[in-house]
Design a protein around this ligand. Structure first.
Ligand SMILES: *[C@@H]1O[C@H](CO)[C@@H](O)[C@H](O)[C@H]1NC(C)=O
Ligand SMILES: *[C@@H]1O[C@H](CO)[C@@H](O)[C@H](O)[C@H]1NC(C)=O
Ligand SMILES: *[C@@H]1O[C@H](CO)[C@@H](O)[C@H](O)[C@H]1NC(C)=O
Ligand SMILES: *[C@@H]1O[C@H](CO)[C@@H](O)[C@H](O)[C@H]1NC(C)=O
Ligand SMILES: *[C@@H]1O[C@H](CO)[C@@H](O)[C@H](O)[C@H]1NC(C)=O
Ligand SMILES: *[C@@H]1O[C@H](CO)[C@@H](O)[C@H](O)[C@H]1NC(C)=O
Ligand SMILES: *[C@@H]1O[C@H](CO)[C@@H](O)[C@H](O)[C@H]1NC(C)=O
Ligand SMILES: *[C@@H]1O[C@H](CO)[C@@H](O)[C@H](O)[C@H]1NC(C)=O
Ligand SMILES: *[C@@H]1O[C@H](CO)[C@@H](O)[C@H](O)[C@H]1NC(C)=O
Ligand SMILES: *[C@@H]1O[C@H](CO)[C@@H](O)[C@H](O)[C@H]1NC(C)=O
Length: 788
């Protein structure tokens, strides 16, 4: 006793001094009714953890064989990520104080990066339940029976056995130490010394109050049978000792249901045991649970277990989703799930002598692999032009590691800068989902133009890489989404105002050929560009079109002395659907002089009078031939007239093919009232284009007229007024009337449509792209005029 005390003291000092400590959270030690349970995370313990049992006498590695003999069960659950040690209270190296206080010392050896590290584990337990006269434990690797050692052969042994032993005892009359004799299917075997039985894997122990016997499964002395159709393994040992003139003998019987469990398609795993494995007078008490939890019958039923008695068997059915069960995903060719249950079953038998037997069974039940399906749902909304793909039914133990989009790998979560997103959501049924979004127009998306139905196929092949907890092999889930976008959007032009006109730019897209580009009724080709003086450049990247002012296709509006606006329209027509889109750009320009002969017969003239009227004379004193027709607008040097071609004293000259309307600008002397003709303005229309003039009092021409201004008057200062040669100065813009107008959906309001314009000096101010109209500066105007 003194020695034991010293050792205990030594041990406790020793454990205080230990250097390696198991970190929080990875170790779980719990005293259960008849055993100590230790669970350690494999992430900490490594894949090959080992335990040593330690007592005063030494260090005992818990090998498989040693465990079964000595009351230990070690199970590594790689799929659950833990190693579990169950140690019986009667295990070999446990310090037992009066069958009431049990102290365990273990060392756990783990390998960290190839280095062995040892951790000391110590725990003291006191069972909460009193010991029954006979206790049988069917562990996963051994059967253990303990009986109160006060029990004499009278109550522990049947009369027949007692008689059967007599001849044996007679022959070994000298035996004084303990011996054991096995019975196998009613057959007695030769007795052997306990020491010999121990070498054959059996365990015997005599505690303060109990005799303990332990046998691994499958020993030659044990036998397998069937009871009520349930496989049962049984070991029957009679331990005896002749002490002087008395023989002490104890019968030790352990019988265990070896049923491995079965499953059905109701979502239950079912396990059976014979109802009366031990003699009993009345119906027996049953306790069942998972992981050592003890639920009495009604509680078990509440938890969804089904406990039935049928054909003298107890059937325990546990629902797959029972609390305490483990669900695992598994990958082998496909995705599967299975369930593991650590079943604990307890039954109390009371025989006709009112002697109680407590039977405790530990069984690991595993369901077969059950196919598990992930699903992808195409939640793409075409209008958003974004693939939205939902991956659902992902179990908790599976996580998305990466995705392959059309063959290109991306880790998830995506980089902050990525245009893709993935959102994880947790569902109430212990699954989660991932929603992936990839824009149609992203370069990763495969676009295919279908010429037949004029649509674009956007294609996204997804290969999800899913990692299953504790498994090395990932699972790949494939999805292929194709979206058909019927609205092949029209090419989008960029446009900008420049000094000399308007520039259009179009970046090519693969399906742009579905659209044809035209100016008015004419397709835009390099020939057309050359014909009209447009500057067209077209490479594989983009198309550039510079349209100089006053070239074919321009329209003009809001002519004032300050300037005018010109706009140019490009039509984009889908030749499959005939859908037409327009690209219109309006720019402000400045011109010192101009003449416009519109199709509705309106002549608009801006003239510079600075050289034609006497110095100090006012442009406001000018008029047309009919002096009631004064300028609409006048400033220090210029005047604007706008009038119907055949009014205000115009003369009409009919040619062979055309008609010319001519008027003159007169300067009216302030004092004398004399009028001096200083300029001639005329508009010539082709006769063929005129419809109405001679039928109705309404002018209507298919084409605009050609205008010219002729400076006729000499300056009163004697300075020769420059005569602008009409041919040289005129900018001729052919008409754009025609079928093209039919598909102009939103034509800007133009009153009247101007077709021809004559300009002496042009200055434009680029507008647009953030610049305001304030760029029309007075200084620039002055400079222009001076220059003129
Ligand atoms: C048990 O583990 C402790 C702590 O690592 C160590 O100090 C001790 O030496 C180990 N004992 C044996 C017998 O290995
Ligand atoms: C079974 O018998 C024992 C001992 O006689 C008694 O304590 C127990 O209540 C009985 N159980 C039932 C269900 O009858
Ligand atoms: C019970 O035993 C009978 C007769 O052997 C058999 O027909 C029946 O199927 C058994 N019931 C169950 C649930 O095993
Ligand atoms: C879990 O819930 C999600 C969302 O409601 C559903 O799509 C999925 O099918 C459910 N999975 C199971 C196994 O019930
Ligand atoms: C993403 O990048 C922005 C800008 O660099 C930063 O402000 C933001 O915190 C980043 N977000 C994440 C989740 O990293
Ligand atoms: C999915 O991705 C994995 C890993 O990149 C690859 O091994 C596998 O072949 C891919 N599957 C398909 C069908 O592309
Ligand atoms: C995905 O959804 C889009 C938009 O609803 C639809 O156009 C497309 O046909 C769908 N693709 C597949 C493969 O189901
Ligand atoms: C411009 O070039 C592209 C190919 O580079 C061609 O498809 C297109 O017809 C060309 N457009 C014009 C107006 O020449
Ligand atoms: C013409 O001027 C009017 C009035 O100033 C203005 O409302 C209109 O938008 C202008 N038209 C264009 C094409 O600039
Ligand atoms: C008008 O017609 C005549 C005769 O055909 C032609 O010579 C002249 O060039 C035409 N004028 C204009 C401005 O078209």
């Amino acid at each position: 006793m003194a020695f034991e005390f010293c050792m205990a003291l030594f041990l406790s000092v020793w454990s205080m001094a230990r250097s390696d400590q198991v970190p929080e959270g990875v170790l779980h030690m719990e005293c259960r009714d008849r055993y100590l349970m230790i669970a350690v995370d494999l992430s900490f313990a490594g894949m090959e953890p080992s335990f040593d049992a330690i007592d005063q006498t030494g260090v005992y590695p818990i090998t498989e064989q040693y465990a079964a003999k000595c009351g230990y069960s070690v199970t590594v659950h790689p799929l659950l990520g833990l190693v579990e040690l169950r140690a019986s209270y009667f295990s070999c190296h446990t310090d037992n104080k009066d069958d009431d206080v049990f102290t365990f010392h273990f060392n756990l050896s783990a390998y960290h990066e190839g280095k062995k590290v040892t951790y000391a584990l110590t725990k003291t337990c006191s069972p909460s339940l009193p010991w029954s006269p006979r206790e049988v434990t069917c562990e996963i690797n051994y059967m253990e029976v303990s009986v109160r050692s006060k029990i004499t052969c009278h109550s522990g042994t049947k009369k027949d056995d007692w008689n059967a032993l007599k001849p044996v005892l007679a022959h070994s009359s000298t035996t004084s130490d303990w011996q054991v004799m096995f019975q196998r299917a009613g057959e007695q075997m030769a007795p052997m010394k306990l020491s010999q039985a121990r070498t054959q894997g059996y365990g015997f122990d005599l505690t303060n109050g109990r005799l303990v016997f332990r046998a691994p499964y499958g020993q030659p002395e044990s036998f397998s049978t069937e009871v009520n159709g349930v496989p049962v393994e049984m070991v029957h040992a009679t331990v005896f000792s002749r002490q002087r003139w008395t023989v002490v003998m104890v019968d030790l019987v352990a019988a265990c249901s070896m049923h491995e469990g079965s499953h059905d398609n109701r979502g239950f795993v079912m396990w059976k045991t014979p109802e009366l494995l031990y003699p009993s007078v009345n119906s027996t008490q049953i306790i069942v649970g998972l992981n050592g939890e003890r639920n009495e019958w009604p509680v078990a039923e509440e938890k969804g277990y089904i406990v039935e008695r049928e054909n003298d068997t107890v059937h325990i059915s546990i629902p797959y989703n029972a609390e305490g069960g483990y669900r695992k995903s598994f990958v082998t060719g496909g995705l599967y799930e299975f369930y593991i249950f650590h079943l604990y079953f307890e039954q109390i038998f009371v025989d006709d002598d009112h002697v109680e037997t407590a039977l405790r069974i530990h069984r690991t039940l595993v369901t077969p692999l059950l196919p598990w399906l992930l699903f992808t749902d195409n939640q793409t909304v075409l209008e958003d032009r974004v693939f939205t793909v939902y991956l659902g039914n992902v179990p908790e133990d599976i996580a998305l590691a990466s995705v392959q989009l059309n063959g290109q790998d991306f880790m998830v979560p995506f980089l902050n800068t990525s245009s893709y997103t993935i959102i994880q959501a947790v569902q109430p049924n212990n699954t989660h989902s991932y929603t992936l979004k990839v824009p149609f127009d992203d370069p990763i998306v495969i676009q295919q133009v279908s010429k037949e139905d004029a649509v674009i196929h956007y294609r996204l092949d997804i290969n999800y890489t899913l990692n299953v907890e504790f498994l090395n092999e990932p699972y790949y889930h494939l999805a292929s989404i194709v979206a058909w976008s019927p609205d092949v959007s029209s090419p989008a032009f960029d446009a900008a105002c420049s000094e000399s006109g308007i520039s259009f730019k179009l970046d090519h897209r693969p399906f742009d050929y579905l659209w044809e580009i035209s100016v008015g009724a004419d397709l835009l080709t390099s020939e057309l560009a050359a014909q009209h003086g447009y500057i067209l450049s077209n490479d594989s990247q983009s198309l550039l079109l510079d349209v100089p002012l006053f070239t074919h296709g321009y329209q003009y509006n809001n002519v004032t002395l300050k300037g005018f606006v010109a706009f140019f329209e490009i039509l984009v027509r889908n030749h499959e659907t005939s859908e037409v889109q327009t690209a219109v750009k309006t720019c402000p320009f400045i011109s010192n002089e101009l003449i416009m002969c519109s199709t509705d017969g309106q002549m608009t003239v801006v003239v510079d009078l600075s050289l034609a009227i006497p110095s100090g004379g006012s442009p406001g004193r000018t008029s047309l031939k009919d002096n009631k027709c004064g300028p609409k607008e006048a400033d220090g040097t210029r005047a604007l007239f706008s009038f119907p071609v055949n009014s205000c004293g115009s003369t009409i000259k009919l040619g062979k093919d055309n008609v010319t309307y001519q008027n003159a600008i007169l300067y009216n002397e302030p004092v004398s009232g004399d009028a001096t003709e200083i300029m001639v303005a005329r508009c010539t229309y082709p006769l063929a284009s005129l419809h109405r003039l001679f039928l109705l009092y309404k002018f209507e021409s298919d084409t605009a007229g050609v205008g010219s201004i002729i400076h006729t008057a000499q300056s009163t200062t004697g300075v020769q007024s420059p005569i602008i040669k009409p041919k040289a100065a005129l900018q001729t813009i052919p008409a754009t009337e025609g079928p093209a107008r039919k598909f102009i959906p939103s034509k800007p309001a133009v009153h009247p449509p101007a077709r021809y314009i004559k300009v002496s000096r042009i200055h434009s101010f680029p507008r647009g792209f953030g610049e305001g109209p304030e760029r029309f500066s007075q200084t620039k105007m002055n400079r222009v005029q001076k220059h003129f």
